[in-house]
Design a protein around this ligand. Structure first.
Ligand code: AMP
Length: 284
């Protein structure tokens, strides 16, 4: 049986009750509308920990676009059904007032070291401040030994890793590979908003990322980027950005050979939906 908590205090006191008895607590924060990408994280957490906690919370402070927030799919009952086979122990599904009892204004913003100003940060001002705010609050409540996040949100987990280091939070971040639909489209809760035709055609994003991975071995980064952007601009698809960045600093790479860990990140818009994806080009 999954135990569902709506209240941070109740969850915290339940956790302190078993903290001395269990070796590790795994935690998977999500915004719900769960798909196989989320479930992979939950299964891994469940396998690697004595207790696993999943949070389901659509965090308003990370949405710079109110329409996107309003349209975000929410269905707790469905999510609980999907979680059932994972045998996850606890779900924390709070209301906004439980996460932000003193209002949504941040008391002390966390320094994100400029990692929040590029790519997603440039297109979604304030987004990562909201992400940092909610993840910090959730980590304070749950105090997990292991935190599970997806590679799908590359910039997000890089920023969370930065916060964990900076604030010396005693949690180990585990990053899991991107789970994709059959055609290669990265799974996302927002994919349901695409028409079937566009969803089928969106496999070309991953194809283009794989093309980038091959081309960057022999061509200058700038040339590969503009070729890829041309490929991504087709039919209903409109790329917002495609950046080839150092995976540690998220700064643009000019000379591919000079970096040991490089990732290509992109967002392509289609039918009002932002499709986020990335591919690791090199990891020493
Ligand atoms: P979200 O509910 O979109 O906030 O995502 C919750 C967690 O699931 C984040 O750590 C995401 O990176 C991860 N995630 C979302 N989609 C995928 C995917 N297709 N593959 C792997 N992880 C994912």
């Amino acid at each position: 049986m999954i135990k569902v908590f709506k209240n941070a205090e109740e969850l915290s006191s339940s956790i302190s009750g078993f903290k001395s008895k269990v070796k590790t607590i795994g935690f998977v924060p999500t915004m719900g509308a769960l798909h196989d990408g989320h479930l992979k994280l939950v299964k891994k957490a469940k396998k690697e920990n004595d207790i696993t906690i999943v949070s389901i919370f659509v965090n308003p402070t990370q949405f710079n676009d109110k329409k996107d927030l309003d349209k975000y799919p929410r269905n707790l009952e469905d999510d609980l059904l999907k979680l059932m086979p994972t045998h996850v122990n606890y779900v924390y599904a709070p209301e906004v007032s439980d996460i932000y009892p003193n209002g949504m204004e941040e008391s002390a913003a966390i320094d994100l070291g400029g990692l929040d100003e590029i790519m997603e940060g440039a297109f979604r001002p304030g987004h990562f401040k909201g992400v940092a705010q909610v993840v910090k609050r959730l980590l304070d409540i749950v105090q997990p030994d292991h935190l599970y996040m997806g590679q799908k949100d590359f910039q997000q987990f890089t920023i969370i890793a930065h916060i964990i280091r900076k604030l010396s939070i005693d949690t180990n971040l585990v990053v899991c590979p991107i789970v994709r639909e059959k055609n290669g489209l990265a799974m996302s809760s927002r994919n349901v908003r695409l028409s079937p035709e566009t969803r089928a055609a969106a496999g070309m994003i991953y194809k283009t990322l794989k093309y980038v991975k091959k081309q960057v071995l022999t061509k200058p980064v700038e040339v590969v980027k503009s070729q890829a952007l041309r490929k991504l601009k087709t039919g209903p698809f409109d790329p917002e950005y495609l950046e080839i960045v150092d995976a540690h600093t998220l700064q643009s790479v000019v000379d591919f050979s000079q970096h040991e860990y490089v990732v290509a990140c992109t967002v392509v818009r289609a039918e009002g939906v932002r499709l986020l994806d990335n591919i690791i080009l090199k990891k020493a």
